[in-house]
Write a protein that binds this ligand. Structure first.
Ligand SMILES: Cc1cc2nc3c(=O)[nH]c(=O)nc-3n(C[C@H](O)[C@H](O)[C@H](O)COP(=O)(O)O)c2cc1C
Length: 181
């Protein structure tokens, strides 16, 4: 069936990340994102697409650090709180009753119940003139995975994926296929 072009992203299931940042005053912010991707091996770079009106973007401009918290499906029930537009300075993790964990190389905290944590320092932000989001690029300065969520590869059965709106996917299965090398 032919589809509404502006809904193109709903034909892809994307991993949910919670991006944590701090303002110049040290106030913590957390918000879910799913327009995201690794973009370089060496140096290791990670990108995500952020609406410029978001507090996340305001904080990144001020302090140039963020943590990509890879969400587990256990966090599905928290999305409706984390995605709310609270006034700037309100900590969504407190609103959701989620614990902060200390990061190793950046100031923004990690979030509990996540599978992995990717600590990043801003290297670039790209505005596509005709687009409505900013592509935020960070250099990965530390990455850590919860031992229980690692089985040679990330435990895909624990990932939370986003489709659109209230629709998420979970319980993905790891399968090994033949590769050329
Ligand atoms: C699962 C999920 C994925 C989302 N993905 C994005 C995204 O990729 N880019 C974006 O700008 N907003 C995204 N949002 C919306 C933001 O999380 C939401 O607008 C939030 O209030 C922004 O918070 P902030 O102003 O504290 O940064 C997503 C929301 C949910 C629930």
């Amino acid at each position: 069936m032919l589809f509404d072009n502006e809904k193109f992203y709903t034909v892809l299931a994307r991993p949910v990340i919670i991006v944590t940042t701090v303002s110049s005053e040290g106030k913590v912010n957390a918000a879910p994102f799913s327009f995201c991707s690794p973009i370089s091996f060496s140096p290791p770079l990670f990108g995500f697409s952020c609406n410029p009106a978001h507090d996340t973007w305001a904080n990144i401009q001020e302090t140039e650090e963020f943590v990509v918290n890879v969400a587990s499906y256990e966090l599905g029930d928290y999305m409706h709180i984390l995605e709310q537009k609270f006034p700037r300075g309100v900590n969504e993790l407190e609103k959701a009753g989620l614990k902060e964990l200390p990061s190793r190389h950046v100031v923004p905290p990690r979030v509990e119940k996540c599978l992995a944590w990717i600590e990043c320092k801003l290297v670039k932000d790209l505005t596509i003139e005709m687009g409505d989001h900013i592509w935020v690029v960070g250099e990965v300065v530390c990455v850590e995975v919860d031992d229980e969520c690692w089985d040679g590869v990330i435990r895909a059965d624990k990932l939370l994926l986003h489709i659109s709106g209230k629709y998420f996917a979970q319980e993905a299965k790891v399968t090994k296929y033949k590769r050329a090398n």
